[in-house]
Design a protein around this ligand. Structure first.
Ligand code: G1P
Length: 291
């Protein structure tokens, strides 16, 4: 199965990290020195994705600008012979024509956001990456999924999953576990944000999906579910009647950067991975912890 396109739902309001997100998209919050959206685009690129589809909304224009060339900056860096900075910008830049932007005009839910990408994705399998979740690992989460998806057949759907404590299952989509299939397992049921006693397991859906295009037809008429929103998980339950869903327990540390605590933790974790910052950061942290 060849997965060429990835969808990034970036229309969300980011209410969990207000007031930071009042005038700035949450996807532009910075982990060390790069916006969240850059990390997920890089993860998709590493996995072989060739086209990047952003489902944006009002006040999200700066995301588009971030991936554009900035003529004044390029010229100034060149004039000042700032080679390292020029290379850095070049590295982050997707190829011309490799990005599409479409809008979700109302906050109707993740399922609706994905449905808004239907015309740009067309009739081929695609990935979905939720930018407020980062997975720190090499290879990245989507690369691990694509490697596994190859052996699952042409019409398989695959979800990245991770164990969470039972008292947190109500915050996530949760899957039931069926038979093993290589590194993956068959998903026997899916439910969005179940109360603890209704959860089929403690395996939560992380924000990484490989889906078949038939999901769009289902999402078109999907009724509102948990939280009054059109849920992607509910659409997947519909698709599971005719296609297989698999789960993959990925390797790596998941960071929920859409919450304040998760965002702070991600900054520390990613900062400690940077050779030029790690020693100083470790020392500062020791000092604060002693105080
Ligand atoms: C969404 C999905 C949920 C998934 C979660 C991962 O929920 O609906 O199934 O587990 O992302 O972050 P949200 O966080 O948008 O409420």
């Amino acid at each position: 199965m060849k997965v060429r396109k990835a969808v990034f739902p970036v229309a969300g309001l980011g209410t969990r990290v207000l007031p930071a997100t009042k005038a700035m998209p949450k996807e532009m919050l910075t982990i060390v020195d790069r916006p969240l959206i850059q990390y997920v685009v890089d993860e998709a690129r590493e996995a072989g994705i060739e086209h990047f589809v952003f489902v944006t909304g009002r006040n999200k224009g700066v995301i588009e600008d971030h991936f554009d060339r900035m003529f004044e900056l390029d010229t100034t860096l060149r004039e000042r012979s700032k080679q390292a900075e020029m290379e850095l910008l070049e590295r982050d830049q997707p190829a011309a024509g490799a990005m599409s932007f479409t809008r979700q005009q109302a906050p109707l839910g993740l399922g609706h956001a994905v449905w808004c990408a239907r015309d740009v994705v067309g009739d081929e399998p695609f990935a979905v990456l939720l930018p407020d979740e980062l997975v720190l690992n090499t290879p990245g989460c989507l690369k691990q999924m694509i490697d596994v998806a190859h052996d699952l057949g042409p019409k398989a759907n695959l979800l990245a999953v991770e164990e969470v404590p039972m008292e947190r299952v109500h915050q996530y989509g949760v899957v039931g576990v069926g038979a093993s299939k290589g590194k993956a397992f068959e998903v026997s049921s899916m439910v969005e944000k179940p109360p603890r006693e209704k959860a089929p397991s403690n395996l939560s859906i992380t924000g990484r999906y490989i889906l078949q295009p038939e999901i769009f037809k289902i999402l078109e008429t999907q009724e509102r579910g948990a939280g009054g929103e059109i849920q992607l998980t509910d659409g997947m339950v519909g698709l599971a009647k005719s296609q297989k869903f698999y789960g993959l327990r990925f390797e790596g540390e998941r960071h929920d950067c859409g919450s304040k605590a998760g965002f702070l933790r991600a900054n520390i974790a990613y900062g400690l991975r940077r050779p030029e910052l790690a020693d100083g950061l470790r020392e500062e942290m020791r000092r604060y912890l002693k105080a």
